[in-house]
Design a protein around this ligand. Sequence first.
Ligand code: UD1
Length: 417
Amino acid sequence: MRGNGPLSGTVPIGGSKNAALPVLTAAILFDRPLTIDHVPRLRDISTLLALLDVLGVRAARDDEALVLDGSNLTSSHAPYDLVRRMRASIYVLGPLLARTGEARVSLPGGCAWGPRPVDLHVLAMEKLGATVDVEHGYLVARAPKGGLKGGTIRFAVSSVGATCNALLACVTARGRTRIENAAEEPEVVALAEFLEACGARIQGHGTRTIEVEGTARLTPVRYAVIPDRIEAGTFLVAGAITGGELRLTGCRPDQMESVLDAVRAMGFEVAAEGTEITIRGSGPPRGTQIVTAPYPGFPTDMQAQMMALASIGSGVSVITDTIYHDRFTHVAELGRLGADIRMDGNTAVVHPCAGLSGAHVMATDLRASAALILAGLIAEGETRVSRVYHIDRGYERIEEKLRAVGADVERVQEEGP
Ligand code: UD1
């Protein structure tokens, strides 16, 4: 890519990856086909579909909809080879236990930015009566005789994944389940609303305490995935960093308030109306302070992109990640583009720099790649981002969407190592 001045135009925002993953996994619970609209075409989605296929859930794209048929579930074994590609594969644990009474799911392992435990997922299953052992790198879980039964699950830490897994496991359990310190993220609410539409009885989603009255049988309904608040946030930063004017369509601004406020605090004009957001760039961003936190706080998944924006700021910015303390692999790569960022524990102090200049950089994970692409939009000269396959895990056709609003970016085949 070459830094190419302000972007302008309209960017359609796709369906949310993180909201789609648990909803697709719910297909394991149903003995008849489930139709889902607005499923983004992403590598993480294909990874989950490959895993579901191994379990016997067949997927077919029907125009824009995805049809998942779990009527012939054949296996409860989620192999390492697929699980290691994506941590969210752990979502199969709850529904497999619920439907078949057993699950053998590989431990996902760490991430580029450090260990990411699954103890809370295990705790949830145990509180529903299951036994869970670790054998040869696999979680081996068994439901009690008669199936999972309701219980009280109290999470020490707010976890999106563990809350979704608990919901997927308990909606068909016998009796009542109470999830305390539940995650309040829109993706959790979306999953609960989908399950409710299928007949589940859930209360309190979107708050810290969720209560579920088990229902023996759920009936799948056609469902549309909510818009991707992180994709929208990333394009918002693309508008800001290039000093351009972008209109983002098909969004849920009400689910992005912390991000809209953070961009406004840096001096940008951001307007939200209905399902649209517009951003107008004007001069370099002001220095700011950002601290990631569970929803409705500032999302850790937008931290890297905001750091790219802060790196061209007129003042000092201080960015702290309280969710993932090591999620800073983009710092060194932004530095190669000329950013002046100094780390102090889980806080990055971003100083004004003399301007970014194009370089060859390496993507290390999904959101870090997004940050590098954003920086490349304004770096002088050519920026080459290697290992860009990370971006395809979570952004659909990002280079096409950027080109459509004026960016000079292309995907090229890289030579082998
Ligand atoms: C989800 C998102 C991810 C986002 C993250 C935080 C998906 C597929 N991914 O990940 O993009 O960055 O939320 O918003 O939706 N934890 C434990 N034990 C567990 C599980 C989590 O200690 O068993 C800790 C984590 O280390 C972290 C915190 O809980 O410190 C929050 O993580 P969590 O919300 O679970 O993240 P994910 O669901 O994996």
